[in-house]
Design a protein around this ligand. Structure first.
Ligand code: TRP
Ligand code: ZN
Length: 500
């Protein structure tokens, strides 16, 4: 089923006007009382991923109940099977005639709103109406447009909260992000590594897949007996086993951006500890790590409590728990999934402090648009620098100097850090020039203003999102300096800074 993106947007824009002109208005956007209703937008308005996230409502909570059968042993194909039931509590922010969720590569079997079952229909052509409570799917790989559209009846008035149940299933594969890098529900021989930045959560549950719509989560993940499923937050109860299948229960009660959701499945061994302040740490370490990787991982994970204490300079640790998932059979990179980052093959000390720093920078305070990704990666890299200095390794100054040694004609300097484009989210300059920007800012405004600024940043935007302009305003205010030129040189100019 393919529907064009252009038509969809025209439809969104046209619904109110048409609905008011034409009678009977039953399915064109006006109810019997004469209130007008519109379609929620098919994207959150992020230029890098136009169809990620959705408009017209806020998701409050996701209750994800998934059953997963991993692939058989080689040479069986590397695909699994996912059967899901997602229950969403969502609140309309406008009068809704229709609204979308993002869902990629999964087939919807059943949709219920407030106990009423919707009928599946083919995607209606532009401007055409559909009778009654209905849903349809569009899966357009070329446009990266993967949408489940729901037409609620009765229509939903702004401010109302509904309970939406979506049942779905699909064969799991190894999805790729816009750059061709594995992400989302990545099927592995021993389970699945679930790492969904920037918009890969839609590969495993129906979601408004953009950081501007944070929600709380609960999980029931059912896997073959012997496999372990690890998600965000804390166990809600002990796992239960019936007829060869074990269900793992997790609860993540802190607001969370969708890309930070995980439900990784594998042959993990649990380790529980806590920080001196009593924060629970739950690590899940694959039993298949090589001896070297296991030694590296053990040494790094043993430092987590100390790292959390060190990062406390940016404000209190923002969530109810911490820990790690270390996967042997993996995608090759780490991700700061909320409370419980996922590591590939081994967790090095630098990577662990990086992913922990993301709990403040990226997770508590998330990017408003993906163009703001340097606010995640610059801070996490800066945290690596100062941790190294604290531990008696390279100083932050030395690491800053090393960045500044990159010759001016190196392509490293040709990225606009505050607007790298969707293919540039994870380029080196986002990390290293981002961190250098923070170090240079600290040198320019002084340690006190810098530390006051960063604490204010975290407390002001905690549980929400912020963008580069917010950052600039806050640091100008806390320092009392005009920093236009500074930010222009460091963040907005694709050249090596010389003076600032
Ligand atoms: N955000 C991850 C980190 O820095 C990295 C990441 C996510 C990434 N997706 C990627 C890196 C794709 C390279 C390519 O911890
Ligand atoms: Zn990072």
């Amino acid at each position: 089923m393919i529907a064009g993106s252009r038509g969809r947007r025209i439809l969104v824009a046209g619904v109110v006007g048409l609905g008011m002109l034409l009678a009977p208005a039953a399915s064109l956007g006006v109810d019997h009382g004469g209130t007008s209703f519109v379609s929620g937008a098919s994207g959150a308005g992020d230029a890098y991923f136009p169809f990620a996230g959705n408009g017209g409502y806020d998701v409050r909570h996701y209750d994800l109940d998934v059953t997963y059968a991993p692939p058989g042993p080689a040479p069986a194909p590397l695909t699994g099977r996912l059967d899901g039931e997602a229950t969403l509590r969502l609140r309309a922010t406008q009068n809704l005639d229709r609204f979308n969720l993002d869902l990629r590569g999964m087939e919807v079997d059943r949709v219920m709103i407030d106990g009423r079952q919707a009928r599946e229909v083919a995607p209606p052509p532009d401007g055409e109406t559909v009778e009654g409570l209905a849903y349809w799917q569009v899966q357009d790989d070329a446009a990266r447009q993967w949408e489940l559209t729901i037409q609620p009846r009765p229509r939903i008035k702004a401010g109302r909260t509904v309970r939406l149940v979506v049942r779905y299933h699909g064969d799991t594969t190894r999805p790729e992000d816009i750059e061709g890098v594995l992400y989302g529900w990545v099927t592995t021989r021993d389970g699945a590594m679930v790492v969904s930045e920037p918009e890969g959560s839609m590969t495993w549950y129906p979601v408004s897949d953009h950081p501007t719509d944070k929600a709380t989560y609960s999980f029931e993940i059912t896997v073959p007996e012997g496999k372990v499923a690890v998600a965000n937050g804390l166990p809600a109860r002990r796992p239960t086993t019936r007829q060869g299948w074990t269900t793992w229960y997790w609860r993540a009660p802190d607001l969370q951006a969708s890309y930070l959701t995980t439900a990784s499945v594998g042959d993990y061994e649990f380790r529980r500890s806590e920080t001196p302040a009593g924060l629970p740490i739950i690590d899940a370490v694959d039993d298949g790590l090589t001896p070297d990787n296991l030694a590296t991982t053990n040494a790094s994970l043993a430092l987590q409590a100390e790292m959390i204490d060190f990062l406390d300079q940016f404000g209190r640790y923002p969530f109810n728990s911490a820990g790690a998932i270390v996967d042997d059979d993996s995608v090759g990179y780490a991700l700061e999934t909320q409370t419980r980052p996922v590591y590939s093959r081994a967790a090095s000390e630098g990577t662990v402090v990086h992913e922990l720093a993301h709990q403040w920078f990226g997770n508590a305070v998330s990017p408003t648009r993906w163009a703001d990704i340097w606010l995640n990666e610059g801070w996490a890299t800066y945290a690596e620098w100062i941790w190294s200095e604290e531990q008696g390794g390279d100083t932050a100054q030395a690491q800053f100097d090393a960045v500044l040694e990159i010759p001016a004609d190196d392509p490293f300097w040709h990225t606009v850090v505050a607007d790298p484009g969707p293919l540039g989210l994870f380029l080196d300059p986002i990390y290293d020039r981002g961190a250098a920007t923070l170090f240079a800012l600290r040198t320019k405004i002084g340690d006190d203003a810098f530390l006051t600024g960063v604490r204010r940043w975290v407390s002001r935007y905690d549980d929400g999102t912020a963008r580069t302009a917010d950052f600039e305003v806050l640091f100008e205010s806390v320092s009392g300096q005009d920093l236009d030129e500074f930010f222009d040189v460091w963040l907005h100019t694709p050249e090596k800074p010389t003076t600032w």
